[in-house]
Design a protein around this ligand. Structure first.
Ligand code: FCB
Length: 459
């Protein structure tokens, strides 16, 4: 087939998932509760009252899911480790049965010829740590590094690629400012403290991972491509604030060892009056990485919007002082997200422009789309919109690589339909359909397309 984008030899193709979204078995083998158990069991917070109690039952069905990966022909599988399976109380005793589960999964992957890529934190914080302050407090970062050391000590010889955090923006701002993710807090300063302690946790975990001699260490960020609604100075200033809050808050400390120059105009006294930063933090946070993971789904168009004085939490909320406006003339996915693949190229080129040689090689650790899939009478899922989305984003990625951005791998989100956080099971991102009543897996057209695309690279 001629219409597959082509990638250099050695380029890694993968698929990604996350523990709470697929595993289920939340009370099995000594797993402790996480903030997502608490959040999803609080009435009214997750669509349809959905929880991750069963999810895709991957905890029991992982051999079947690894077989799907093998058949797909991916080089690598990105999964996350549930902290509360390993250290149920967040601190104290380690649960050997939790380690065993991931050990079996890793062995199954290796036997299938698939490289494991493990994310240490994809949002399921042990509830006991949240009770002690969660990411608002520095102790959580220290506990995270202890947990990282335990896991890497156990699996480091078999897992070559490690990701400390997944999308810390979501943990800090959706979790502690707008309350749309666990733990559902609506705070101003708390969110900024959480952002800082996530960065510190990343730095401490990098150190712990390095001490065990693992091959590759990185972090995954969801970076936004923010465009101004109009060319007015106020809308452009709104873009600066959005860039600061979504991107620079992470990339500046991690890649450049400094805090964003625009943080004061973005957060005012919430950041100038803070006391959570310590000497030495920037050195810790900016340790060299082997790769940067980038998750990308859609562009954001932002307009200036007034600050709501009455609600200080809104100072750091996503919809304050800038508002998202729809991008005209583009298709939207089932999430309502604009489909504009050229913005993916632009984002990657902008990163390269800003950080130059300080930018490590990239892995696209998530990209994909939720669509209103239908099962045809023949039992198949003809998800042509998802196929087009994947094809166009891979092509856009290739364009960025041609322009000099060093990208080493791409992981589709997601292998399976799964628990899409506050949206519950209603939003389907999988290239494999999951019938939640029967747990039956059905590869969609996008799975077959991705499989052929990978096979075409190897001819
Ligand atoms: C990302 C998350 C992932 C999934 C996708 C759709 O923000 O990392 O778990 O929910 O979005």
């Amino acid at each position: 087939m001629t219409d597959f984008p082509s990638f250099p030899p050695g380029f890694v193709f993968g698929a990604a998932t996350a523990s709470y979204q697929i595993e289920g078995a939340v009370q099995e083998d000594g797993r402790g509760p996480s903030i997502w158990d608490t959040y999803s069991h609080t009435p009214g917070l997750v669509a349809n009252g959905d929880t991750g109690d069963v999810a895709c039952d991957h905890y029991h069905r992982y051999p079947q899911d690894v077989a799907l990966l093998r058949e797909l022909g991916v080089d690598s599988y990105r999964f996350s480790i549930a902290w509360p399976r390993i250290v149920p109380e967040g601190t104290g005793p380690v649960n050997p049965k939790g380690l065993d589960f991931y050990s079996r999964l890793v062995d199954e992957l290796l036997a299938a010829g698939i490289e494991p890529a493990a994310t240490l934190y994809h949002w399921d914080l042990p509830q006991a740590l949240e009770d002690g302050g969660g990411w608002r407090v520095r102790e959580t970062a220290e506990r995270f590094a202890e947990y990282a050391a335990v896991v890497a000590g156990h699996l480091g010889d078999r897992v070559p690629r490690w990701i400390t955090l997944n999308e810390p923006w979501c943990s800090a701002f959706l979790g502690y400012s707008v309350g749309r993710h666990a733990p559902g807090a609506r705070e101003g300063r708390g969110a900024l403290a959480a952002a800082h302690h996530l960065l510190v946790g990343h730095g401490l975990a990098v150190r712990a991972l390095r001490a065990t001699g693992v091959r590759e260490v990185g972090v995954t960020l969801n970076l936004d491509h923010n465009l101004p609604a109009t060319d007015s100075p106020t809308d452009r200033a709104a873009v600066t604030r959005a860039d600061t809050q979504h991107n620079l808050v992470w990339t500046e400390p991690i890649l450049a060892g400094r805090y964003p120059a625009t943080e004061e105009e973005t957060w005012g006294e919430l950041i100038t009056g803070q006391d959570f930063r310590r000497d030495g933090d920037l050195e810790l946070i900016s340790q060299p990485l082997d790769f940067l993971g980038v998750n990308y789904y859609r562009p954001t168009v932002v307009a200036d919007a007034p600050y709501r004085e009455s609600d200080p939490a809104q100072r750091v909320a996503t919809d304050n002082r800038y508002a998202e406006v729809p991008m005209p003339g583009v298709r939207r996915t089932a999430m309502g997200w604009a489909v504009a693949p050229h913005t993916f190229t632009a984002l990657l080129m902008g990163l390269k422009e800003r950080y130059g040689d300080a930018l490590p090689p990239l892995h696209i650790t998530e990209n994909g789309s939720a669509e209103d899939d239908e099962v045809s009478p023949d039992g198949a899922v003809h998800d042509s919109d998802r196929v087009a989305y994947l094809r166009d984003h891979l092509t856009a990625l290739r364009t960025a690589m041609d322009a000099g951005v060093d990208v080493r791998g791409y992981y589709v989100w997601s292998l399976l339909d799964n628990f899409e956080w506050a949206f519950g099971y209603g939003k389907r991102f999988g290239i494999v359909r999951v019938d939640y009543a029967t747990q039956r897996r059905t590869p969609k057209d996008s799975y077959h397309w991705y499989r052929s695309m990978i096979a075409a690279q190897r001819r």
